[in-house]
Design a binder for this molecule. Sequence first.
Ligand code: PEP
Ligand code: MG
Length: 580
Amino acid sequence: MQTLQGIAVSPGMVIGEALVMDSEGFRIPRRFVARDAVEHELERLAKAVDSAAGEIARNRDAVSRELGAQYGAIFDAHLQMLRDPQLRMEVETLIREKHYSPEYAVSRSLRRYAKVFEALESSYLAHRASDISDIEKRLLRHLLGLKREGLTQLTSPVIVLAHDLTPSETASLNRQFVRGFATEMGGPSSHTAIVAQGLEIPAVVGAGTFLTDVSGGDLVIIDGHQGLVILQPDEETVARYRHEAEEGRSLAVRLGELRDLPAETTDGARIELLGNIEFPHEVTLCKERGSAGIGLYRTEFLYLGAETDPSEEVHYQAYAEVARAMRGQPVVIRTLDLGADKMKSLPTPEDERNPFLGLRSIRLSLRNVPLFRTQLRAILRASAEGDVRVMFPLISTLRELRQAKMVLADVVEDLEEHGVPFNRAVPVGMMVEVPAAVLMIDHFVREVDFISIGTNDLVQYTLAVDRGNKDVASLYNSCDPAVLRLIQWTIDAGGKAGIDVNLCGQMGGIPAYTMLLLGMGLRRLSIAPSQIPEIKKICRSVTIEHCRAVAQRAATMENARDIKNYLKEELKRVLPEFVS
Ligand code: PEP
Ligand code: MG
């Protein structure tokens, strides 16, 4: 049994068989072969090595002809490694003595070599690790041949273990069979994490290197509460997790009973709990969980996986579907927030070294006005179908907000001229997720109908910590005192101006923060639909007076860890079963 600590990004726990993905997104098959198949497997290995060697030699000859022998020599080095007798002996011994499949033996041996290179001081030698991984991929391709399978051909429940998953790969996971996943890379608020929550499957990211220690078919536990990945668990651990999973199910049933009850504190304050969605079909989840509307529709997910930019009609159909389904409840449609880790078909600058500080989000929309107009037309047209509101992401300056509003005004005029039906009074809001916007918040609140605090980015930009990087994940603290001050200023400024203030970052869905956020004055939270029942239960168990006292006490503390511990203690006093 091996237990790895990663970052919990989607709650729940699951026990099941591992499906291990290689770095190209293909499955690495099971570890063992039958004893009497060993000779056949060794032959398969020999054939794969020969075909891979033939392929490398052909590449060498072609490159030598085109560019000269010195470039072709790069492939000679690959050939030498592939033909290395020591490596061959190691792989063959694993097949002969441990009855490993050739695929598993090749992966295991070559990854061990790659690890040694990676650890070397010299960056030249460390780069050789990628040559080794090249050889591994090539050999696997030849071994698996046409049997190479991705994630689409699943027929039984699995837990996916991968080096990394992009947001679009995560979005296309088949929920019927993929019961959970864990990745070596990734950070606490990456969009992969957000999509996992939307799918409602337990997930852990940033667990560090572990794929070499596991094989397809091994038993694995994903603990999406504690952020644990347990490989080959012992019987006692399995029994404990089965029991906890059972308890989790009965808690979920109890919480389900709250669906049609209001999120009202015991002293009568009404809290609006809205849902965050990435895809129109998630509206069903929001309704099942009793959301009061959609507080954040991340429309950029229309782009993920699409070959071409979606047309106005594609945008419109998606938005109108959501607006109709919500039957008059608010639907906040955020304009495209592409870029950073969510980039697809739009051109990016060639040398974007800091994509989170680069051409993303509203900046990208303002540079691509025709595309921005297309989306705004679709949103406005959908406003005839329900209570649709428009929200601009990542606003940093007043000029940016005014430019965005000007494009919107232009589209409004256009629609009016052509007699297209839409809501002339569509509310316009902005996300507050850049410290600069908070510093100027007294100006911003005069120019919008509502604001929504995006803590995922606000934390990242305030603390200078990449939200998607596991190596700095311990520095990514939503309750850092600096972040809390920015949130407080924003809430106060919104209150003074008399406009709605929402919070739509992941922080809003974490039980330990609910009392704090209510105490700071928030009455509207937009969260992953899966979190609504839990957060509603907390709202219905506390008084605003108590929450205010909690927020005031937290405001006197100097570091995130003290604040988090204090908040957990306070929650435990109210609802012991909610604190893990
Ligand atoms: C945020 O930054 O908090 C947010 C809600 O937006 P996203 O996670 O899509 O960047
Ligand atoms: Mg954001």
